[in-house]
Design a protein around this ligand. Structure first.
Ligand code: ADP
Length: 465
């Protein structure tokens, strides 16, 4: 019999997106549905909020109206079917606007979103075998399934919870959570929902799911430690000891990121890449020199401050091209430096076209992350023959191997410079080795196939008990 997997997420590409979570939900379910067609037999549904503005150019087909306990207004559910996956959208009060998060009623909205799911499932007469919830926005769902009255087909369903980034936990006042969710007050204790006087929705997902996963094996290990645990290391350590914590590496959309068919900087082979580099440097008025790229959100996590600290030394040997936005301080400093300092090009903003041209055109890519759950940028770089120079942490540890890229141990500018100097030595002294590394990088397979199978395998183990 086909296994019915129901993913639940606050964002899913192309309908809604603020970050990597949406990309995973835009790719993993499609791959699981594909594996289903190849005989592994899976039926895949993705449930997410029906925001006021949905991307992707399609409108959900309206299916049903249903009641959610505690909500004055009825909820609705709509559907889009694409690529063998059924996307269900829950329409509720509070989700009329285009914003995903950051509203005063975030907690209330996402509690009721989670509460609605069992009743939407009943209204549509579905029968999932696995509920796979993602990040804090759907963190309460496993607890609701265990401790509140739900329709029969959702009773005892096995649950998986995936942590995409431990820094975003969803912490709120316990009384608000209890009054909206209907969860019993005796769950608010240190081994349950409680977290330093608040209720923590991500912790709820960790504690009350049958299995917990995160997006790389390296990060799965790290989050059980004081350095990376974001105060949840104790809970996660116990989860690991119980055999409930797993690391499954994210994949990359290998078609969207394909140098041969790239819409902005297509090339074939190493000569093609050399031409793309020349064009990039010319258009940015940079001299022909070894060139580093960095494309990132500017957040403490990503370590762009370390690059700024190291910039004086870096620019002696390299051009540096930086694309990004976020925190104001690095934006302001780089804008100023970009104006006056030769060899540095800074573009503030989110720019898909320039991102493709940088991945394709630079020699090496900087990723000095303080922590990195998985990271996609290093995989994209390698796909384009651009060698990553990355901090040895989390998903970077799992994807950047020393025969291809350059890992450095510490989140300091000195350590970063040690990494770039090692790369420079190979680039200048051993060009043949650099070429072999590029060729090896471009043949790596980052597709979702392996990850999708690992998740299916985990579901099967849970169901088999
Ligand atoms: P995270 O999800 O933590 O931001 P990842 O490395 O997993 O980091 O994914 C980041 C994705 O966003 C990559 O595809 C990267 O190319 C893209 N990206 C980040 N910043 C920008 C930007 N300023 N312009 C264009 N693309 C960007």
């Amino acid at each position: 019999m086909a296994l019915h997997v129901m993913h639940v997420s606050s964002e899913v590409y192309p309908f809604s997106k603020t970050g990597g979570l949406a990309d995973v939900l835009g790719a993993l379910p499609l791959e699981q549905a594909k594996l289903g067609q190849n005989g592994e037999s899976a039926q895949v549904t993705v449930v997410s909020p029906w925001y006021g503005r949905l991307g992707g150019g399609l409108k959900p087909e309206y299916l049903a109206q249903f009641e959610v306990p505690g909500m004055a207004e009825p909820s609705q559910v709509g559907r889009i079917v694409q690529g063998g996956v059924t996307y269900l959208f829950i329409k509720q009060k509070g989700f009329e606007g285009p914003e995903l998060y950051g509203l005063a009623n975030d907690l209330e909205r996402f509690v009721y979103f989670c509460k609605a799911i069992p009743f939407a499932v009943a209204a549509l007469e579905l029968r999932p075998d696995i509920v796979h919830a993602h990040d804090w926005g759907s963190g309460l769902l496993p607890a609701l399934l265990r401790f509140t009255p739900v329709p029969p087909q959702m009773q005892g369903v096995k649950t998986v919870f995936t942590i995409h980034n431990l820094q975003y936990q969803g912490r709120w006042n316990p009384w608000d959570v209890l009054s909206w969710s209907g969860l019993p007050a005796d769950l608010v204790h240190p081994d349950g929902l409680e977290f330093y006087g608040d209720v923590n929705l991500l912790k709820a997902g960790v504690v009350y799911s049958d299995a917990v996963t995160t997006v790389s094996p390296g990060y799965a290990q790290e989050i059980t430690t004081l350095e990376y645990g974001e105060k949840l290391e104790g809970v996660l350590w116990r989860t690991q000891q119980e055999g409930r914590l797993h690391g499954i590496l994210n994949g990359l959309d290998m078609e969207r990121w394909n140098p041969e068919t790239d819409p902005y900087a297509p090339f074939e082979g190493l000569e093609g890449k050399a031409r793309v580099k020349q064009e990039l440097l010319k258009s940015l008025k940079l001299e022909s020199r070894p060139t580093l790229g960095l494309i990132s959100r500017f957040a403490q996590q990503k370590g762009v401050d370390l690059v700024i600290e190291a910039l004086g030394e870096l620019l002696e040997d390299w051009n540096v091209i930086i694309l990004g936005n976020g925190d104001v301080f690095p934006e302001r400093v780089l804008t100023l430096l970009g104006k006056y300092v030769p060899g540095l090009h800074f573009r503030q903003g989110y720019d898909e076209a320039l991102a493709h041209r940088i991945y394709a055109g630079v020699d090496a890519f900087l990723m000095p992350s303080r922590f990195e759950p998985c990271g996609l940028a290093q995989m994209i770089s390698m796909r384009y023959g651009t060698l990553p120079i990355a901090r040895d942490t989390g998903g970077l540890h799992d994807t950047v191997t020393p025969d291809i890229g350059f890992l450095f141990p510490d989140a300091t500018y000195e350590s970063l410079l040690e990494g770039t100097n090692r790369a420079l030595e190979v680039f200048q002294q051993r060009p043949q080795e650099w070429r072999s590394r590029m060729e090896a990088a471009m043949t790596l397979d980052w597709s979702w196939r392996k990850g999708a199978s690992e998740y299916l395998e985990l579901y099967r183990r849970l169901i088999a008990g």
